[in-house]
Write a protein that binds this ligand. Structure first.
Ligand code: URP
Ligand code: ZN
Ligand code: ZN
Length: 461
């Protein structure tokens, strides 16, 4: 199958020019001013942007949490991702306590294989890492699972103590892996939660009010300090607020290999969502919680200055009916997480490029290229170049759409952004040379997506 994309404006993290792209055997084989070749398919991209497929390095399909599972599986979740212009996800396989890392990976392979519409990789959530298991981390890295998430939150379930974090960081550093940190002081948070519940404070808003920004910032500070002692890079996931960002800035200014992502919910939503009437606030119960509005400008500045390297989603949807309702009587029982994988590209384009906060190149960098570089996928993914996978999005920068659960493709009964008008719409999506979304219509077969063996961590600075 040979495809040519004509008349488009190609934008990568560094380039911006008009040219044609020839795709052969799933890869970009030629980029030239005008390509004169016999092809099976011609895609006209006139008036549109031609950008690298989005990479969302933080999703949770079918994640077990609080007695239920996140409501998108790998079939529905990757189809929705494709609709939104994301062609690669990196999902989190979970090691339960006492479980071998290989068993955790086998479980996630069984969930994903034969179901995805786009390519996927895995990180490993590590909950238990005694000395004798450390070689398993090195084996996972050899198999292309080169990053690990550890939690400073959720004592008794996910929390890894400082010794475990130190062991994991030392081992990852030796083998070229990367530790991703859920940075929040979960011990103190649990104490505050206990006190709130004892005072009868059970409504969703108390999820936010029991997780102070300082508890997150303390986790970020400690994660970076332990990484420095271990001689390891560290990547802070779902950074939500300025207190935490200041810790990352301080570390980066000191030359430490500290990296961080934020998510659309922290850029576009604010604490007032928890003050919505009735149980509505449960829709936004995620961790860290959504913060006071003034933090948003600080996070945008972090993205502008490269103190934050990228925007992921932390896509972890639970239906309002029946799943979020598990916490009707106590915010502590509301499953943590929200949907987002489908809307990331539009939201960041609208809030970033259309509103003049970031350039088009930076948009590509924070939605695709940085993730490819940090997570060992570059230059196969994350750019448009001869030899790279033809993961390409044809994006209309002028069209508007209104985000709604009525029209989204995620398997969840609400949207965090219901009614929000955004400029910038994904029209056609090509994954390894195959059109999966054609002018907004899903045309692929689930199961065509491939597992991505990722390379070692390679500092993008
Ligand atoms: O609330 C969230 N973020 N749920 C998903 C699990 C995690 O901590 O990333
Ligand atoms: Zn987390
Ligand atoms: Zn997450």
């Amino acid at each position: 199958m040979r495809t040519v994309i004509r008349n488009g404006r190609i934008v990568t993290a560094v380039d911006d020019y008009n040219a044609d792209i020839l795709i052969e055997e799933g890869k970009v084989s030629m980029i030239a001013k005008a390509i004169d070749a016999t092809t099976d398919r011609v895609i006209d991209a006139k008036g549109r942007l031609v950008i690298p497929g989005g990479i969302d390095p933080h999703t949770h399909m079918e994640l077990p949490f609080g007695g239920t599972f996140s409501s998108d599986n790998f079939e529905t979740g990757t189809r929705a991702a494709a609709h939104g212009g994301t062609t690669t996800i990196i999902d989190f396989a979970v090691q339960s306590k006492g479980m071998a890392l290989s068993e955790a990976l086998d479980k996630w392979f069984a969930k994903a294989e034969g179901r995805t519409s786009i390519d996927y990789g895995f990180h490993l959530i590590v909950t238990d890492m005694p000395d004798e298991r450390l070689p398993e981390m090195k084996e996972a890295i050899r198999q292309g699972v080169s990053s690990f998430k550890l939690f400073m939150a959720y004592p008794g379930v996910f929390l890894a103590d400082d010794a475990t974090i130190f062991r994991a960081m030392t081992t990852a550093a030796e083998a070229g892996g990367l530790i991703c940190m859920h940075a929040e002081n979960g011990i103190i948070i649990d104490e505050i939660v206990k006190r709130a519940l004892a005072q009868g404070k059970t409504a969703p808003k108390y999820h936010a009010l029991t997780r102070p920004t300082k508890a997150e910032a303390e986790g970020v500070h400690r994660a970076i300090a332990i990484a420095e002692i271990a001689g390891s890079p560290v990547y802070i996931v779902h950074l939500s607020c300025d207190d935490s960002l200041q810790e990352v800035i301080r570390a980066r200014d000191a030359g430490l290999p500290a990296y961080a992502e934020t998510c659309p919910q922290y850029l576009f939503l604010d604490y007032s969502v928890y003050e919505k009437p009735g149980f509505e606030g449960a829709k936004y119960v995620m961790t860290p919680p959504i913060r006071e509005k003034w933090n948003q400008d600080k996070l945008w500045r972090g993205l502008q200055m490269n103190d934050l390297q990228l925007v992921s989603t932390d896509h972890c949807p639970f239906c309002f009916k029946e799943q979020k309702e598990l916490g009707k009587d106590s915010f502590a029982k509301i499953p943590n997480g929200g949907p987002g994988v489908e809307d990331r590209m539009s939201l960041v384009f609208n809030g970033g490029v259309a509103s003049g906060k970031i350039s088009l190149n930076r948009f590509v960098e924070i939605t695709s290229t940085s993730a490819a570089k940090i997570f060992g996928l570059f230059p196969r993914k994350g750019t448009i170049a001869v030899g790279s996978d033809a993961d390409i999005v044809i994006f209309d920068p002028n069209e508007e759409r209104t985000i709604s659960a009525k029209t989204h493709h995620m398997n969840v009964d609400y949207s965090c952004y219901e009614g929000m008008k955004v400029r910038g719409v994904t029209k056609t999506v090509i994954s390894r040379g195959e059109v999966v979304i054609d002018e907004g219509k899903y045309v692929a077969k689930p199961g065509r997506g491939q597992f991505l063996k990722r390379g070692l961590f390679n500092s993008p600075r």
